[in-house]
Design a protein around this ligand. Structure first.
Ligand code: ADP
Length: 306
């Protein structure tokens, strides 16, 4: 069924109220005297006719007003989308510029100096490779977001064992976490099964874990928890590290939003990690929020539909 626009909904609600009013007027006018044929006097019929004409006139006005309101809402929506798309394209171009310029710079230097000593040459090739990796990560992140934006109905849904995925991620990141003397505490019960997309659910936990390792700081602790409620699993993913200022809490889910730009870039961050996390959670019928707990650090609360 076609979804009603806001203007149409308003128009219909007001017309329904008018109709109810008319029915009450007809049925209950002089209720004691005569229930079903209330109007004996001609003036009553004239009054009813007059009310109907006024109602029809108001209806036409409301209809025109609701149409204009719809047009305005659609226009505002279109302007907002164009602005967002323009900002996104600018951000993408900006993010691509640095690695591409570095790759060109390094390769040109190598080609222009054939007598360069092999150690320096190797160093330049390694830097070129690291910038190429950066580009790959950025393109992968963009493609994941694009898939969720424009092809959500084509995403495969299967039974996914979340406990197992989190266990795998903890093993995969153990070296990086150990290098920073971090402790990862996994309180997840066994066999958390949800109907979802394996790779997106992996992305949720992997991005949160990578961020905790990158930003929380030396010697911190990460705790992962979950409980079941109704048709959902509720998760908390918390670290006790440096955390972020309250004013950034809602904005960190925006595409390319970084609290500390220099730090994020130097750590290979694309600024898209938490946008992917949020979109993936929403795609799995859940919600997510970030909080600064009293004891410091950053805590994410999110749900996934079973
Ligand atoms: P990035 O690629 O920059 O990590 P994200 O979208 O994953 O992008 O994160 C957005 C920003 O949120 C990061 O740049 C970082 O400043 C901040 N952030 C994310 N996770 C944490 C954390 N666990 N502790 C402190 N800051 C964090």
């Amino acid at each position: 069924m076609k979804k009603l626009s806001e203007g149409r909904k308003m128009f219909l609600s007001v017309m329904v109220i008018f109709a109810i009013y008319a029915v009450i007027f007809i049925l209950f006018e002089d209720y004691d005297r005569n229930f079903l044929m209330p109007f004996e006097e001609t003036s009553d019929w004239h009054l009813l006719l007059f009310s109907l004409v006024v109602m029809a006139g108001l209806g036409v006005l409301l209809h025109r007003y609701s149409k204009r309101m719809d047009e305005r809402i659609n226009q505002e929506q279109a302007n907002k989308e164009t602005k967002l798309r323009r900002e996104l394209t600018q951000n993408i171009a900006h993010e691509l510029k640095t690695p591409v310029a570095s790759i060109l710079g390094y390769t040109e230097t190598i080609l222009d100096h054939p007598d360069m000593d092999s150690d320096t040459q190797r160093q330049f090739i390694e830097r070129t490779q690291s910038q190429a990796h950066r580009l790959t990560t950025l393109l992968q992140d963009l493609s994941t977001l694009n898939r969720m934006d424009y092809a959500a109905d084509m995403i495969t849904i299967e039974r996914v064992d979340v406990s197992r995925i989190v266990g795998e991620i903890i093993q995969e990141t153990a070296l990086a976490a150990g290098g920073k003397h971090m402790t990862i505490v996994n309180y997840l019960p066994q066999d958390i099964i949800v109907n979802g997309n394996r790779s997106l659910i992996y992305s949720i936990f992997r991005n949160l874990m990578d961020n905790a390792i990158n930003y929380a700081g030396e010697g911190t602790t990460v705790e992962v928890n979950a409980h079941e409620a109704h048709e959902q699993w509720h998760f908390t993913f918390a670290d006790n590290g440096m955390g972020i200022d309250d004013k950034h809490l809602t904005r960190i889910f925006e595409r390319f939003y970084r609290v500390d730009k220099g730090r994020s870039r130097s750590l290979g961050g694309t600024g898209l990690g938490l946008a992917i996390v949020k979109n993936a959670v929403v795609l799995h019928g859940g919600t997510i929020k970030a909080q600064s707990p009293a004891g410091g650090g950053l805590r994410f609360e999110f749900s996934l539909k079973k």
